[in-house]
Design a protein around this ligand. Structure first.
Ligand SMILES: NC(=O)c1ccc[n+]([C@@H]2O[C@H](COP(=O)([O-])OP(=O)(O)OC[C@H]3O[C@@H](n4cnc5c(N)ncnc54)[C@H](O)[C@@H]3O)[C@@H](O)[C@H]2O)c1
Ligand SMILES: O=c1ccn([C@@H]2O[C@H](COP(=O)(O)OP(=O)(O)O[C@H]3O[C@H](CO)[C@H](O)[C@H](O)[C@H]3O)[C@@H](O)[C@H]2O)c(=O)[nH]1
Length: 325
């Protein structure tokens, strides 16, 4: 099966490419390298086409030349804070350009689409854990842009029969256990890689954003899920969507929340480094608690996260100490 992985030179896309290849699929990366790393394609030995998501004619040619069966779509801008100050950038890349990709698919008769959505489509949680039936009321343009695509996908299924699997990740973390590929965002805004940069000395400290939340130690609670567990869910979701010719959606997390302070303490224990921690005011747009209810993915896909928090942090630490890009 030939799978076009749009945004496959980025963090989650590249780990999914690696798993797809290991499991016998033929992934081809399509990425404009605005944020991704061409080294990921080279290290994994996978063809990388340098192209933009919004280039419909180019995509149609790629679909035909490479005989593409399925598209996995990871490409997006991903910083919540930036989306508040530069919404046009987010609606353009995360919504308008996705329409070009979807239209290229419809015109080329490519019928299956796997979409990277996010817990940020839910906004402030109304229940302890967030299941697929939780209301979707995003509180920032990033989350809104992802929800818009979810809605567009329902209409494209009704009108054109384009089937999609929507996967809403909670906090993706961890890197390849062998240190082959890993998380490398510029700028980095994610908690675990930033803590590890404080441990390795690339950063002088880690700042805690907010210590007065209504949680057990006053810091935010998040649900961390290993990037290879997410990659596995892409394969399971894709197979079910194709076999049953139906559109699907799942929330993907471990179901367990950890506070920011707990993550820092665990990282100190795993790395053996006692780095500086500073306390700051809260970051705009951060819900206090985000924890997934992933029972539906368990029941329907047989998906269960295999990596715990320790293996998430230690795989990311290995990468931090020996980064290839
Ligand atoms: N990282 C997380 O914790 C997280 C959580 C929930 C959802 N997501 C979603 O998962 C997806 C992947 O996230 P990531 O952390 O791997 O991000 P990333 O920035 O590492 O990867 C995105 C890739 O898309 C490419 N890209 C961006 N715009 C493009 C365009 N117009 N044309 C072609 N390529 C383009 C970039 O060059 C990059 O390689 C995103 O859609 C993100 O919204 C991520
Ligand atoms: O230096 C830092 C960085 C983060 N945090 C805190 O750590 C928690 C996690 O922050 P991240 O930026 O790592 O992750 P988010 O939960 O904000 O967001 C991530 O998950 C979301 C879904 O839950 C979105 O999909 C988004 O793209 C993705 O970055 C937050 O409480 C944040 O305030 C700190 O205290 N210090």
């Amino acid at each position: 099966m030939n799978i076009l992985v749009v945004g496959g030179a980025g963090y989650i896309g590249s780990h999914t490419v690696n798993l797809l290849k290991k499991e016998g699929y033929t992934p081809i990366i399509y990425d404009n390298l605005s944020k991704g790393h061409k080294e990921a394609g080279e290290i994994l030995g996978v063809k990388l086409i340098n192209g933009d998501l919004g280039d419909k004619e180019r995509l149609k040619k790629v679909f035909s030349d490479e005989k593409i069966d399925i598209v996995m779509h990871f490409a997006a801008f991903i910083e919540v804070g930036e989306s508040v100050t530069a919404p046009a950038k987010y609606y353009n890349n995360n919504v308008s350009k996705v329409l070009e990709l979807l239209d290229a698919m419809v015109e080329s008769n490519v019928k299956y689409f796997v979409f990277s959505s996010t817990a940020a489509t839910f906004g402030e949680p109304e229940t302890e854990k967030i299941s697929e039936t939780h209301p979707q009321k995003p509180i920032n343009p990033y989350g809104k842009s992802k929800l818009m695509v979810e809605e567009i996908l329902k209409d494209y299924d009704n009108a054109y029969g384009l089937k999609s699997t929507v996967l809403r990740y909670f906090n993706a973390s961890g890197s390849d256990e062998n240190g082959l590929i890993g998380e490398s965002h510029d700028p980095e805004s994610h908690l675990i890689p930033l803590i590890l940069q404080a441990a390795s000395g690339r950063r002088k400290s880690i700042k805690i954003f907010g210590t007065d939340y209504d949680t057990k130690d006053g810091t935010c609670v998040r649900d961390f899920v290993h990037v290879y567990d997410l990659a596995k869910a892409h394969i399971l979701g894709m197979e079910k969507m194709k076999n049953e010719n139906m559109s699907l959606n799942y929330n993907l997390g471990s179901g367990e929340g950890f506070t920011v302070k707990e993550i820092i303490e665990k990282t100190k224990a795993i790395t053996g480094v006692d780095f500086t921690v500073e306390e700051e005011g809260p970051r705009a747009g951060d819900p206090a608690v985000l924890v997934a209810d992933s029972e539906k993915a368990g029941k329907e896909l047989g998906w269960k996260p295999e990596y715990n928090l320790d293996s998430i942090i230690s795989s990311a630490w290995k990468w931090e100490l020996n980064r290839k890009y």
